[in-house]
Design a protein around this ligand. Structure first.
Ligand code: SF4
Length: 454
């Protein structure tokens, strides 16, 4: 797929990948074998009929292709961009046994973008109104998916979002250069076109508790995400210039700090940035720092390159743009200057020892390997857990060891009557499509409850 060159893109926030033109999309789609037993569909958490939409592309029936996708996926332009297809549908594609799997994600994105460009967004057939009302907590991928499915089934849906804009992690977490916010807005508008109401700046658990929402609703879905950042718990994390990835990316993406002073939110424009972690969020933070004008950006990761949890595509993009990777490196202390601003990071080199409980070889510090890195900003990107506000304000809601809401895997049902949950608030930070898959499961069970018991 065509991309902006690294030298151009590193100084702008425009989307890196430019998408397939029509001829390339059809050429790629024509590689599909149209398998009788399509393993690719088994790999898709929302069960998109992949051979059917790919066949539509081959035949030039792009409207038919996007219609097919939307039967099961309300966010095709988002999923086509940020889903880890290489671990899901494309991993299962039979073409991958002897060569390259079909580029399913890129074809999905092509159709979604074609529909947007055509200006003719279709609304699927909707069931007649049931008279039942459902509240959705959180306008992220899980909340939007449940809303879409329940609205199509005829229920009245209201989404309550804590921030001033919808999209959840798609809006505050993933940068503009990987997922333009206009695309998120477009997909949110589509769900609103189904009659879903969106109330922003509404913090469930503070503005109103879940129990008070039951005065007006028959069932509630909690898709509040995982917005509570983890820190390294080493000395110096309170210094100025040290951010959680959540704060760093929210300032830039949601609050548009990269366009300060046009927008009110400032964001530090440092020279030397160190990002701790090895996932997609770490790659996003490092690449954001480069675009904010940093001279040198390091990713410090305590394991080796093979264990990096980020998508390979994102690691390669970061490398092409000049991010420096320090593998087998452990930060031990953040050191500040006399004014309380970060000036350096103390680290230790590691080596791989015996496998740990995850099956990966455990990194072990090398004695006497201490060294310092110059840094005027650091971004901690080692993970998140769910915000505790809803469990704390909802008696009877069972919560797991890491603060996640416990929900039945097969139904999304929680320990409380008429409350379902899904996505990162249940699993901890995971992928957009797995949140959507859990949301679809919950929507089906909620529909059954609304029609049979409520
Ligand atoms: S497994 Fe691959 S080749 Fe077969 S239908 Fe799915 S995408 Fe096409």
């Amino acid at each position: 797929m065509p991309k902006q060159s690294p030298t151009d893109r590193v100084r702008n926030f425009d989307e890196v990948a430019l998408g397939y033109p029509e001829d390339l999309a059809q050429e790629e789609a024509s590689r599909c074998l149209g398998c009788k037993k399509p393993f690719c569909v088994d790999g898709c958490p929302v069960g998109i009929d992949i051979p059917a939409f790919v066949d539509c592309i081959v035949k030039g029936d792009f409207a038919g292709g996007i219609r097919k996708i939307k039967e099961t996926n309300a966010l095709p332009a988002v999923c086509g961009r940020v889903c880890p297809q290489e671990e899901q549908c494309e991993l299962k594609c039979v073409l991958g046994k002897k060569g390259k799997p079909l580029a399913i994600g890129r074809l999905e994105r092509f159709l979604a973008d074609w529909e947007a460009a055509s200006g003719a967004i279709e609304t699927p057939e909707m069931a007649s109104p049931t008279g039942k009302k459902v509240a959705i907590v959180g306008a992220g991928p899980a909340g939007i998916t449940v809303s879409n499915d329940l609205a199509l089934l005829g229920h009245k849906v209201v989404i309550f979002e804590a921030l001033h804009d919808a999209g959840g992690v798609l809006t505050y977490g993933i940068p503009e250069f990987r997922l333009p916010k206009a695309i998120v807005r477009r997909e949110v508008e589509y769900v609103k076109s189904l009659g879903v109401e969106l109330k922003t700046d509404f913090i469930v658990g503070k503005t109103k508790t879940i129990d008070r929402l039951f005065n007006d609703f028959d069932a509630i879905f909690v898709g509040a995400g995982a917005g509570l950042p983890w820190f390294l718990e080493i000395p110096g994390e309170n210094l100025n210039g040290v951010y959680s990835a959540n704060e760093y990316l929210t300032r830039c993406n949601l609050m548009k700090g990269f366009r300060f002073p046009e927008y009110d939110t400032p964001i530090k424009r440092p020279s030397n940035v160190v990002v701790f972690g090895g996932g997609n969020v770490a790659m996003d933070s490092a690449r954001t720092a480069l675009r904010l004008g940093a001279d040198e950006v390091h990713i410090v990761y305590r394991r080796s390159r093979q264990e990096l949890p980020a998508r390979l595509e994102e690691v390669e993009n970061a490398e092409e743009e000049g991010v420096i990777f320090d593998f087998l490196t452990l930060p031990t202390k953040l050191v500040g200057n006399e004014h309380g601003w970060l000036k350096e990071v103390e680290c230790l080199r590691m080596e791989l020892g015996e496998p740990d409980s995850s099956g990966r070889r455990r990194p072990v510090p090398i004695e006497g390997s201490e060294f310092k890195m110059k840094a005027d900003a650091a971004v901690c990107s080692i993970g998140n857990s769910p915000n505790p506000l809803i469990p704390m304000s909802t008696p009877g809601l069972d919560v797991g060891r890491k603060g996640n809401i416990e929900a039945d895997e097969k139904t999304g049902k929680t320990s409380r009557d008429a409350i379902w949950a899904g996505g990162d608030v249940v699993t901890g930070a995971a992928t957009v499509i797995s949140a959507m898959g859990a949301a679809r499961t919950a929507a089906q069970d909620m529909h059954k409850f609304l029609m049979e018991q409520c």
